[in-house]
Design a binder for this molecule. Structure first.
Ligand code: SF4
Ligand code: FES
Length: 375
């Protein structure tokens, strides 16, 4: 198996929607953010810094209706995510319903709270795949990043997942405090029986954006991590698929965020807000759509937010005349807004952007990380 990098993954470019002609393509994936509650306090978390009260979360019946509407719209994959989705007592019921509709189900979890009994119920419900987050290869460092004694629970959860014969992906968010241990992290993932290892540099949204100065690795760290990613691929690539997501701040190439806006996937927040990407609620404009006001098909096809950046007609220069505009879609709208204040700007991660200087490498002094809170 060859090393997959975020910039080089053939699937992404092959999946690109091409020129938008007015009829929206149908989505294949839905990220169901069941709750933003989470026992961990990772400073790189991409969840919103301000969240709605737990009492406003969608009920089981509302999520069932969302799943029905998603399948009718064409969705084939549901990623049950959060926060920590295991905190929802109805998780197995939702998984069973998605499976009954014929959808592939993926659980994105910290592993904390994933007991033998919970995993049995999820297995009986038909969960297809589990993605487990790991913070570091060593317990003290991992627990320090998570803000909780979580690492040993994750190791136990990985064992339970493999005992249940479920495919396991280990996901690691890379940043200044763990990026130099990529080789040890890969060894841990291999020892846990992972079929896939995702090594993804931090995306700076939510708490991650607030902690950007503390999280951002140096240029030298990024250079070393790319070398280490190649080395671990040589060592483990026969038995474990390895995906290395490069940091767009350093490559000069923006990421094709969500494989194009309103093209392949959407996200539903714990309170039912429907978004083209996980961070789009921050973008100025009309109130974002919600499953509590409209059905998913109407939202996908007609909501202003979903049509705002579909296709290429909205693009300014240099994207408008760039030959890569249908490959990276001008980069990430949320990152453009966060860094420039203009959601229509070329993503500053692009070396052609007039704002590229805004993605300067980390400075020598790092502030302390602010731990994620629920509210
Ligand atoms: Fe992508 Fe725009 Fe940069 Fe071209 S100019 S590479 S389309 S972000
Ligand atoms: Fe919103 Fe990239 S996270 S477009």
């Amino acid at each position: 198996r060859r090393l997959l990098t975020d910039a080089g993954r053939p699937a992404r470019h092959e999946q690109c929607a091409g020129t938008f002609t007015g009829a929206a393509p149908l989505p294949i994936g839905m990220v169901a953010e069941l709750t933003y509650r989470c026992p961990l306090r990772c400073g790189y978390c991409s969840n919103p810094v301000q969240i709605d009260p737990v009492s406003d979360e969608l009920s089981t019946a509302e999520w069932i209706a969302v799943l029905d509407q998603a399948r009718a719209l064409g969705v084939l994959q549901v990623h049950f995510s959060g926060g920590e989705p295991v905190l929802r007592p109805d998780l197995a019921d939702l998984v069973a319903h998605a499976r009954a509709l014929g959808m592939y189900t993926n659980l994105v979890t910290s592993g904390v709270g994933l007991s033998h009994g919970r995993l049995d119920r999820l297995g009986a419900a038909g969960i297809d795949h589990v993605q487990l987050s790991v913070q570091h290869a060593e317990t003290p460092a991992a627990d320090a990043i998570a803000g909780l004694r979580a690492h040993q629970k994750k190791i136990e959860a990985a064992g339970l997942i493999r005992q249940a014969d479920l495919p396991l992906t280990i996901n690691v968010v890379l940043h200044a405090a763990n990026v130099d241990r990529l080789t040890d992290i890969a060894a841990l993932a291999a020892s846990l029986g992972a079929a896939r290892l995702e090594l993804a540099h931090t995306q700076y949204y939510g708490w991650g954006l607030r902690n950007r100065a503390a999280l951002m690795p140096t240029t030298e760290q990024v250079r070393r991590s790319a070398i280490a990613a190649r080395e671990v691929h040589e060592r483990y690539g026969e038995t474990m698929e390895i995906v290395y997501v490069e940091p767009d701040h350093y490559t000069g190439r923006p990421k094709p965020c969500m494989n194009g806006w309103g093209t392949r996937q959407f996200a539903v927040s714990p309170t039912g807000v429907v978004l083209p990407c996980l961070a789009a609620a921050q973008l100025p404009g009309p109130q974002p759509p919600s499953v509590r006001r409209d059905d998913l098909a109407t939202i996908w096809h007609d909501a202003e937010l979903f049509n705002r950046f579909r296709g290429t007609a909205w693009m300014p220069e240099p994207c408008r005349s760039c030959e890569l505009r249908e490959r990276d879609f001008g980069g990430c709208r949320c990152q453009a807004f966060q860094l420039t204040g203009d959601q229509t700007a070329t993503d500053p991660a692009c070396s052609l952007s007039p704002d590229h200087g805004l993605v300067a490498p980390a400075g020598p002094r790092r502030p302390l990380m602010i731990a994620r809170r629920y509210r």
